[in-house]
Ligand binder design. Structure first.
Ligand SMILES: [Zn+2]
Ligand SMILES: [Zn+2]
Length: 421
């Protein structure tokens, strides 16, 4: 490699301009100790926006709640959007880390423990550091860089809220949207996965109306518990009988509640359902079948009032753009070497793709590992990887390094792949 070539090698740029990571480790620990629930990310947003302001970004705040968008214009070229989510979860932390959260927050349902159990604290810290790196390396790239700190990912409505609040009236429309997520993988590793990555998620609140009465006189009532039991059983036939074998679909009833006494038949029953799919056709079929079955079971029982089926959240599947993955692989492979690993996509959901599909742009999310390498290797040897704490576990405790450094490098390298001169 001659000197000129070496100067323009993207990995070299990342290595040369990577900032001192210590201050970002401090940010990470601070965020971990002080997590904020979805929609309440005020302090986290302030830390992120103040950081972007300290660089040369044009900064917009309070977009769709506490959303932050920074723009760094650096000549002709594509507009690349990098996204980090900021919110934590109502989980009681049990990691025993010296910087563990002991925080409780009040929301509409009462006082709850709060923990960064999905690692979004690492996303904020890595995007802050990557923005510093790209800001310092400006002479090596051309185009427009956008860094977004998104609220309320765990409620799957933060991206839509930013769009509804006129995000793309405030910032240029991106040609490509990139994001990353820390996962139960060996720390230091990165995974690029083309095609279906995360499932679509639809959730329903269902209320079945019967007619209440005395437990000893069922003939005078319409028992919603019997209707509910039939619905839950019949829902199991959707995936087994209506979805093409081999296609991905999950229908889960996560909550069922009715009545509070042995001798009273209640007037109604509540169910909460969750649906996961990849294909749009499968999604339509499954969601249609849910409505059909609930209504038919109510009718079969002679219920007078129609059931209520309310969609409480809905987010599309995340399908990584194949061409973008190919380009990323070209720069990630030489840089990460054997740390670029294969991984089965997790059965989780995300809303960041909306930031891309809203403007017809392609998008990619990659994963980076957070599990202590020694712990990981030990679990692989024992065949107990599945038992390691993953995202949303009260024991989820990414090691700070090499997790953060890997996240930062991948984010900067990912952006440079498309912004390079
Ligand atoms: Zn999560
Ligand atoms: Zn997450």
């Amino acid at each position: 490699m001659d000197l000129e070539e070496k100067k323009n090698n993207l990995g070299e740029i990342v290595n040369r301009y990577r900032p001192d990571i210590k201050p970002f480790e401090d940010v990470y620990r601070h965020l971990h100790t002080n997590p904020e629930l979805s929609g309440q990310e005020e302090e986290t947003a302030k830390i992120a926006s103040n950081h972007l302001k300290s660089l040369d970004f044009e900064v917009h705040t309070k977009i769709g709640g506490h959303g932050v968008a920074g723009i760094l214009r650096n000549g002709d070229g594509p507009t690349i959007l990098l996204r980090a989510d900021m919110d934590a979860l109502p989980v009681k932390e049990q990691t025993g880390l010296p910087y563990a959260s002991t925080k409780h927050i009040k929301d509409k349902d009462g006082v709850k423990p709060v923990m960064h159990a999905c690692g979004h604290d690492s996303h904020v810290a890595t995007l802050m550091a990557a923005s510093t790196l790209l800001n310092s390396a400006r002479e090596h790239w051309s185009g427009t860089l956008i860094c977004i700190f998104q609220p309320a990912e765990e409620h799957l409505d933060g991206a839509q809220a930013m769009l509804d609040d006129g995000l793309y009236d405030k910032i240029p429309k991106p040609d490509l949207v990139l994001a990353s997520h820390v996962m139960r993988m060996r720390a230091g590793t990165v995974n690029l996965h083309a095609g279906p990555l995360l499932t679509a998620a639809d959730a329903y609140d269902v209320r079945v109306f019967g007619r209440g009465g005395h437990g000893s006189a069922p003939q005078t009532t319409i028992d919603p518990i019997v209707i509910g039991a039939a619905i839950v059983t019949k829902l199991q036939s959707i995936v087994s009988r209506e979805v093409t074998p081999g296609k991905m679909a999950v229908v889960t009833c996560g909550s069922i509640h009715a009545g509070n006494s042995p001798n009273i038949i209640p007037a109604h029953l509540d169910l909460q359902l969750n649906v996961r799919t990849f294909d749009d056709d499968v999604r339509k079929r499954v969601c249609g079948a849910i409505h059909r079955i609930i209504e038919a079971e109510c009718q079969a029982a002679g219920a007078v009032e129609k059931p209520m089926v309310k969609l409480t959240y809905s987010t599309p599947s995340t399908i990584n753009d194949g061409k973008t993955i190919d380009s990323l692989r070209e720069t990630f492979q030489p840089f990460f070497g054997e740390n670029l690993v294969e991984m089965e996509p997790p059965a989780a959901s995300e809303d960041f793709s909306l930031l891309a599909t809203a403007v017809g742009a392609p998008y990619v999310m990659w994963m980076f590992g957070g599990t202590d390498p020694e712990t990981w290797d030990d679990a692989v040897a024992k065949g107990t990887v599945d038992r390691l704490p993953g995202n949303h576990s009260p024991f989820f405790a990414p090691v700070i390094q090499p997790t953060l450094r890997t996240g930062i490098d991948a984010m900067a390298l990912g952006a440079l792949t498309f912004l390079k001169k």
